[in-house]
Every structure is written in structure tokens, then in C-alpha cells.
Design a protein around this ligand. Structure first.
Ligand code: FAD
Ligand code: SF4
Length: 484
């Protein structure tokens, strides 16, 4: 493969990954994408042109040296490829599976002009999975202990990335997580058919091996507060990565009817409380033979729709108020949802939920058309007057976005927040209005992506390191305990 000419490389088709059969998988929570074998990974990597200016790297929010790791895969040097990836990405087995590559590295790849970008995500997943299978992580060296300690609030990608960098910088790190399981949305949001939980557990396990301490079931803002962590418990700095877990609703009639869920609740019940299993103590409404509508067009909506299919619903229809072109969900998820039988209806928005004796039995929808662009440049949906329709359904799952939960910020009056409830930060450093308190990820941006949360966590770790090295009076000689 190594001696292929540029012309030959450019003529090669993109190598597909093996997938579970759509019919079989739509009744199972097993992972859909089975990943490359070694031979397929080498074949795909050998298409790379090793560009002098690797624009794929510019498309990666954390700057993974894609050209280098892909060249190593092409040479069969998989462990070396993993060590290149690990320098910039602490959770590559996750990102290889869930990043919106088409809008990032693969979107930037020169071969994208021909519609055949290198399958960078699949290759990243391949090298990371191989390391997990071999139970050998290519470690980044750890600095000498500094005696400084940092509290990280939230164990999602932002918190994990921040904790991973800080522990390698020689600081003591304790992560406080409100839930009984770690991983944030990676654990309670994204279903196992896209992101198997052992993958997330293994990535967290590496951080534990490095010395990061995890305290579960600690809701910061109730007990302890951020102030307690800084001054009572004596942590020298605090990073807040509490995400955006508060679901938004459209504010229409009938939202209180039985059968109307937020996607957060629906997916959390499945992922965290195993509602899909027969003996579940916190089940979801029995979907067997019932018709479901899902409202939204992002990854969360797609996950909810595909999960509802797997729970035996008679049919799932996704209602999205813009057209396919504006849909924010990852392309692969949209393709998979189509293959599995989810119906898509574009340019429609819910007007009201209809009920009978307190139970949902339908939704009235409004036809929309695309109007002028909004402040993000996306065509704004506008109602088509008089064009409404009643759609029968027994379950409606709302996935139209999230805001940060206000528990922590309400208990931290000195922290500046926006009108959306997000924490105001300096984008370059992650610093907040409180000295020594940093933040990043969805809690600062609103619902975004895993890789952006990860990048924010890493930026904040670098700033915290700098802050700790300055040795301000506040950070000096304060002991701490972790039992809160
Ligand atoms: P989170 O992952 O939300 O983690 C925050 C953590 O903080 C949680 O564990 C929470 O329990 C904890 N916490 C909250 N408050 C407190 C408190 N007061 N005290 C202690 N702990 C607290 N992005 C992608 O890139 N690709 C995808 O395919 C994708 N799919 C998604 C599917 C779903 C269903 C959802 C909901 C989101 C998806 N996203 C996806 C978005 C992505 O998961 C988030 O942008 C990312 O997880 C944000 O990371 P975070 O660390 O900021 O927050
Ligand atoms: Fe390879 Fe595409 Fe990156 Fe060029 S832009 S180095 S072809 S992955």
C-alpha cells in the first residue's frame, strides 16, 4: 500500500465499516458500527495523501495530529498511532464514535472535495479501541507532585479532560459528580448502540489509574458549595463543568399530559436506570405497539427516536421545524435512523399536545417554511398560515435543547451568568468572575459537542496550572480533605 501513487490513492473508494443489519439492530441496544479490522484500517489509512499542509488538523478543535497518526496506521504501527492521538485527545475511543467529523476534520480533508474524505473518526476509534483491548494505554508522562489540589465539578467530557491534564501536571485532582455514575452525557445521554458504556468506563479508568479521585453522589451547590470547596475544603482552584442538563420545552398546551417526556428523562431512564430491561424499577411508559413522535433535529432527538424503536414502538416519527440541510445531528445518525425505520417529517413544529383524560393521544403540528437566516446564519422557520394537521401519538419526546441546571450558580451568587443561565467565562482561559474558579463545556456554551467540551476543559486546565504556579496567597499552604 505504501508505494501507491497519489493518483491511485485518490481513485480509491472510502472504506466502509462493518455495520449490524438494520432490522436486527433496531431491536437491540448493541453497538451498530462494528469498527474497522486491522486490514480495513490499513486500507483506509493508505488513501491519505499526507498533505504538506494537513488541513484536517486545522478542522480538529483539539488539534489531533491526524496526518501523523493516519500515516502510522497505514504502516501498521498501531500503538505508535495511538500515542500520537493521545497527546491531544484523552478520550479518543469516545470521540472517534461521536464527534461530528463531517463538520470538523473530515469536512476539512482535501479529499472531501471528491466526497470521499479519509474516515478519520473510524481510524481514531480503531487505534483507541485496539489500545483498550490490549489494556495498554500509551501514557503521557506525569510531572512531579506540586502539592496543589483542584476540585473538578462534573464528570462529563469537560471535567474529565480538565482532570486528565491537571493530574499529568502534578496536581491533586478530585472530581465531584452529582450522579451515581461517571461520564456525564457520555453515560446517561448517548445510548449504548452508539457508545457502549465499557468504552466510557475504560477511558475513565485510565484517569483513575493516573490518580484522579472521583466522588459520586455529590451535588455541588447543595452540599458542598463552590465556596466550601475553595475555602472550607481548601482546594486551590475549582473547575465547573456541570453541563447543560435542564431540558427546554416549547411552552405549548398539553405539556403536562402523561406520555410527554423530555428526551433527557427518557434517555436517562434507559441509560442510567436500565428502563429497557424487563426488571427495571424506573421503567419508561410501555412503548410496545404505541406510536411515538420525537420533536427536534439534533443528536439527542435522533438518539431518542432510535431508542424508542428499540423499545418496541409501533412507529416513530421525527418532527423537525427546518429542512434536512439545517439538521444539526451527525450524518451517520441520520442515515442509521432512516435505515432502521424512523420516519422524518421536515418543516413542521408542534402547536399543542392533545389529550384524553390526562393521557396524550396526539399532537397538532404547524407547517413551516424557511425564512431569512437567524443570528447563527441558519434559515429561520416561519409558520405557513392556516396549514396545521393532527398527528396521532401516545408518546411525545421533546428534544429541542437544554440549559444549564441553575443549582450551582444560584448557590454561587458571585459567579456571573448570562440571561441563558450559562456561566460567563473568558473564552481563552476559562476563568470566571470569581478568582480561582474556572468553567467550561456546555455550562458555558449551552448544549454543544463532546470535543468542544473537551477542548474547553483542556484550556481551563492550562490556565489553572498557570494560576497555581503563580502561588497567590489564596493558593498557598491550604490543606484539604475530600470527604464532603
Ligand atoms: P456533561 O456531559 O453534561 O457533564 C456534566 C456533568 O456534571 C454531568 O455528569 C452532571 O451530572 C454533572 N453535574 C451537573 N451539575 C452538577 C452539580 N451541581 N454537582 C456535581 N455534578 C454536577 N455531542 C457530540 O459531540 N456528539 C454526539 O453524538 C452527541 N450526542 C448527544 C446525545 C445526547 C442525548 C445529548 C444530551 C448530547 C449529545 N452531545 C453530543 C452533546 C455532548 O454530549 C455534550 O456537549 C457534552 O457531553 C458536554 O460535556 P460537559 O462535560 O460540558 O457536560
Ligand atoms: Fe490525509 Fe485528508 Fe489530512 Fe490530507 S487532509 S493529510 S488527505 S486526512
Amino acid at each position: 500500500m505504501a508505494d501507491l501513487s497519489k493518483r491511485e490513492r485518490m481513485a480509491m473508494e472510502r472504506t466502509p465499516t462493518p455495520m449490524r443489519d438494520p432490522q436486527e439492530r433496531s431491536a437491540s441496544f448493541d453497538e451498530v458500527n462494528l469498527g474497522y479490522t486491522s486490514a480495513l484500517a490499513v486500507l483506509e489509512a493508505s488513501r491519505c495523501l499526507n498533505c504538506k499542509r494537513p488541513v484536517c488538523v486545522e478542522g480538529c478543535p483539539v488539534g489531533v495530529r491526524i496526518d501523523e497518526f493516519v500515516a502510522l496506521v497505514a504502516d501498521g504501527k498501531f500503538a505508535e498511532a495511538a500515542s500520537v492521538v493521545n497527546v491531544d485527545n484523552p478520550i479518543p475511543a469516545v470521540c472517534g464514535r461521536v464527534c461530528p467529523q463531517e463538520a470538523q476534520c473530515e469536512g476539512a480533508c482535501v479529499l472531501n472535495k471528491k466526497g470521499r474524505p479519509i474516515a478519520i473518526g473510524h481510524l481514531e476509534r480503531f487505534v483507541a479501541d485496539r489500545e483498550l483491548e490490549r489494556a495498554e494505554h500509551q501514557r503521557v508522562p506525569r510531572r512531579e507532585p506540586t502539592g496543589r489540589s483542584v476540585a473538578v465539578v462534573g464528570s462529563g467530557p469537560a471535567g474529565l479532560a480538565c482532570a486528565g491534564d491537571l493530574i499529568r501536571m502534578g496536581h491533586e485532582v478530585t472530581v465531584f459528580e452529582a450522579l451515581h455514575e461517571l461520564g456525564g452525557v457520555l453515560t446517561y445521554g448517548i445510548p449504548a448502540f452508539r457508545l457502549p458504556k465499557p468504552v466510557v468506563e475504560a477511558e475513565i479508568g485510565h484517569l483513575e489509574d493516573l490518580g484522579v479521585r472521583f466522588e459520586r453522589d455529590v451535588l455541588v451547590g447543595v452540599s458542598p458549595t463552590v465556596e466550601d470547596l475553595r475555602h472550607g475544603e481548601g482546594f486551590n482552584a475549582v473547575f465547573v463543568g456541570t453541563g447543560a442538563g435542564l431540558p427546554r420545552f416549547p411552552g405549548i398546551e398539553g405539556e403536562g399530559l402523561i406520555g410527554v417526556y423530555s428526551a433527557n428523562e427518557f434517555l436517562t431512564r434507559i441509560n442510567l436506570m436500565h428502563a429497557n430491561e424487563p426488571e427495571a424499577r424506573t421503567p419508561v411508559y410501555d412503548l410496545d405497539g404505541r406510536s411515538v413522535v420525537v420533536i427536534g433535529g439534533g443528536n439527542t432527538a435522533l438518539d431518542a427516536a432510535r431508542a424508542a424503536l428499540r423499545l418496541g414502538s409501533a412507529g416513530v416519527t421525527l418532527l423537525y421545524r427546518r429542512s434536512r440541510a439545517e439538521m444539526p445531528a451527525r450524518t451517520e445518525e441520520v442515515v442509521h435512523a432512516h435505515e432502521e425505520g424512523v420516519n422524518f417529517r421536515y418543516l413542521v413544529a408542534p402547536l399543542r399536545f392533545n389529550g384524553n383524560d390526562g393521557w396524550l393521544d396526539g399532537v397538532t403540528i404547524q407547517q413551516m417554511a424557511l425564512g431569512p437566516p437567524d443570528d447563527q446564519g441558519r434559515a429561520r422557520p416561519v409558520p405557513v398560515e392556516g396549514a396545521t394537521e393532527d398527528v396521532a401519538c401516545e408518546v411525545a419526546i421533546v428534544a429541542i435543547g437544554n440549559r444549564p441546571n441553575p443549582i450551582l450558580t444560584k448557590a454561587t451568587p458571585d459567579i456571573d451568568t448570562s440571561s441563558w443561565g450559562t456561566i460567563e467565562i473568558d473564552a481563552a482561559s476559562g476563568s470566571t468572575s470569581i478568582p480561582g474558579v474556572f468553567a467550561g463545556g456546555d455550562v458555558a456554551t449551552g448544549g454543544a459537542t463532546v470535543i468542544l467540551a473537551l477542548a474547553a476543559g483542556r484550556r481551563a486546565a492550562a490556565s489553572i496550572d498557570e494560576w497555581l504556579q503563580q502561588g497567590s496567597p489564596e493558593t498557598a499552604d491550604i490543606g484539604h480533605c475530600t470527604s464532603v
